[in-house]
Design a protein around this ligand. Structure first.
Ligand code: BDR
Ligand code: CA
Length: 313
């Protein structure tokens, strides 16, 4: 099997970090062409640095990491230190990375890569606000037809909001960007809160990371330990959802996920619903289907496979 070429667009974030590790642990299935950082969970200087910390942890200082947009298209940046801590990767002690940040801007890298690679062979995996992807589409509309597909973490329908009562964080931070992506005509799959809230880091699962006996296992256990306290308090759940790794897992193992191909629109005009993903799950409108919206997963299979992959480090 030829590995799928992907660009990871991300705002690390402990769960973003695990997603990057899962991708880098899976070279038979995935070739990471580059990682583009965006402002989201924490500001851009931290997300680009965190992406490099994760690559070094994976023993992959050769991965190209780029800084993209430092603010949403038309709103002030909203961040999530209340979930991820001041650094975005709070939990275990960490040292600054030594691998370089690429000089090229992340948006330019996305455009250039899509133009250079064979059309239809590059998948975009956004794990944060969609600012970089939308900016690339605005700057170079020709790339839309060259993208194989977009598989993103974002949105919610049954679980509604985690940053406002109606909106999920990644979409809420840059709803205009999300709308541009939705209107691009690119094949899109959402991994919304409806499914990621099923990927919970229970104590036995965290123990299994730690029992791997490698540095990655220790770090992932410590990161998820930190990240958990927020969701446990907020939802009274057994652990925290590993949102972003669901994107990489879906890319490799779509058979453990279920969803529907439906119409999804981004709410833009009303402050109460700004950034809501209005998903026509019950197909009550005649609006055309424009996205696959995932709702269910086999979470046991997800954690078993994720842990096996992290054992490779
Ligand atoms: C999303 O928001 C961020 O806090 C996480 O990294 C994830 O991408 C979940 O709403
Ligand atoms: Ca994220």
């Amino acid at each position: 099997m030829t590995p799928r070429k992907i660009i990871i667009d991300t705002d690390p974030g402990q769960d973003d970090a695990v997603a990057i590790l899962l991708a880098l642990a899976s070279p038979d299935e995935i070739e990471v062409l580059g990682i583009t950082a965006v402002a989201g969970n924490v500001p851009l200087p931290l997300t680009q640095k965190n992406a490099r910390i994760v690559c070094e942890l994976a023993g992959r200082p050769d991965i190209k990491v780029f800084a993209g947009c430092d603010a949403p298209l038309s709103h002030p940046l909203v961040t999530a230190e209340h979930v991820h801590g001041k650094t975005g990767l709070d939990g275990p002690p960490m040292t600054d990375p030594t691998m370089p940040l690429q000089d090229q801007n992340g948006v330019d890298f996305i455009v250039e890569t899509l133009r250079a690679e064979v059309s239809g062979t590059v998948t975009l995996c956004p794990l944060g606000p969609l600012t970089n992807i939308a900016t690339a589409l605005q700057r170079a509309p020709d790339i839309a037809e060259r993208v194989q597909e977009i598989i993103l973490m974002g949105g919610a329908y049954f679980e509604v909001g985690n940053i406002t009562p109606t909106a999920e964080f990644n979409i809420y931070v840059d709803p205009e960007a999300a709308d541009i992506v939705m209107k691009s005509g690119i094949k899109i799959t959402f991994l919304p809160l409806d499914v990621t809230h099923k990927a919970l880091t229970t104590q036995p699962r965290v123990d299994a990371f730690r029992a791997l006996g490698n540095t990655v296992g220790e770090m992932v256990a410590a990161w998820t330990g930190f990240f958990e306290r927020f969701d446990k308090e907020k939802y009274g759940s057994a652990g925290a959802p590993l949102h972003d790794p669901c994107v990489i897992a879906y890319l490799m193992w779509p058979e453990i996920f279920q969803g529907r191909h439906i119409n999804v629109e981004i709410a833009l005009s009303d402050p109460l619903t700004l950034g809501m993903t209005v998903a026509d799950w019950w197909r009550v409108t005649d609006r055309p289907a424009n996205a696959t919206f995932i709702r269910d997963m086999d979470d046991e299979a997800f954690y078993t496979r994720l842990t096996d992959r992290l054992a490779r480090f």
